[in-house]
Design a binder for this molecule. Structure first.
Ligand SMILES: [Mg+2]
Length: 300
């Protein structure tokens, strides 16, 4: 079953909420806030709204201010907002659109207009979300892709430096993967990539960034994690992969781990160090986790 999109209705007058909700409740999951502050609190609670119908005239914080705040917050700025107002002044409409609203509906509310406009903007939102997901993910494994990794890892590294918390990076590579493709064909090779991706993903937290880095190579960035933690994660993955049969095939992976340090605090250097450690793991006989040299210099 496809999950219904979530619409947040914000209006201080219960009768207005009723009218709006009754036009939309069959097609959407409805949430309601009766003032601006409640709206700001509700958007932070999952499921996040796919669209907000926002009254302008409200006591306390008005709709314009709510819109300004939602657009200033990275977490909420992409949620489409439709203003709902009693005013049919052109300047008001212009102001709303300038603040970043996608549309403007005037009261009295006409149900067919509300549902038509909401449907249009929900369709656009879903299409946008789908395109974003496709641009961020690797098609075969469903993990993040390299492009997304580079984009978001830089931000995480900058944050970790600014707030002085540990951050670690792990590179991993399936051992003798070429054999699989050569001996069993690419269909099995693809299945192996998918299965191993899922095993690694199951060991990661939501906030970790795990990506397919290249052919049979994966990369993970662990925020707020020192080398010990990253090592433990990698070692868990290594053991699970080693002991799990994939269509009678037993595979292994090699891992290189690095923790950010004063000498190694750029993404480029972290990848270089993790890659060197991974190379050592391969040279040392594969199916092992090696920590980069710079980690040994640190007090742990
Ligand atoms: Mg009002």
């Amino acid at each position: 079953m496809v999950e219904k999109s979530v619409i947040l209705i914000v209006d201080d007058v219960p009768a207005n909420v009723q009218v709006l909700a009754s036009c939309l409740k069959n097609d959407y999951h409805i949430k309601v806030a009766t003032d601006g502050l409640k709206c700001l609190q509700l958007v932070a609670i999952k499921p996040t709204p796919d669209l907000i119908l926002l009254d302008i005239e409200m006591p306390g914080m008005d709709g314009y201010e709510v819109c300004r705040r939602l657009k200033a917050d990275q977490e909420t700025q992409k949620i489409p907002i439709i203003f709902v107002t009693a005013s049919d002044q052109e300047e008001e409409e212009e102001k709303g659109l300038q603040l970043g609203a996608v549309d403007y509906i005037t009261k009295p509310i006409r149900p067919s207009i509300v549902s038509a406009r909401v449907n249009t903007h929900i369709t656009l939102k879903l299409q946008h979300d789908k395109l974003m997901a496709m641009a961020m993910h690797d098609q075969l494994t469903g993990l993040y892709n390299r492009h997304y990794f580079f984009d978001s890892a830089d931000k995480k590294i900058a944050e970790a430096k600014r707030h002085h918390y540990p951050l670690s990076l792990v590179m991993m590579d399936i051992d003798h993967f070429k054999h699989i493709n050569d001996q069993h064909g690419h269909a099995i090779g693809d299945k192996v990539l998918q299965s191993i991706s899922q095993m690694i993903k199951a060991q990661c937290r939501d906030e970790d960034i795990l990506a397919r880095f290249g052919g049979e190579e994966f990369i993970a960035l662990f925020n707020h994690c020192d080398m010990n933690y990253a090592y433990e994660k990698a070692e868990n993955c290594r053991q699970i992969i080693e002991t799990t049969a994939l269509d009678d095939l037993y595979l292994t992976c090699s891992f290189g781990v690095v923790q950010m340090s004063a000498d190694c605090d750029s993404l480029e250097n972290l990848i270089k160090q993790a890659d060197m450690a991974l190379y050592q793991a391969k040279e040392g006989g594969r199916n092992q986790v090696v920590c980069a040299d710079n980690c040994l210099l640190q007090e742990v």
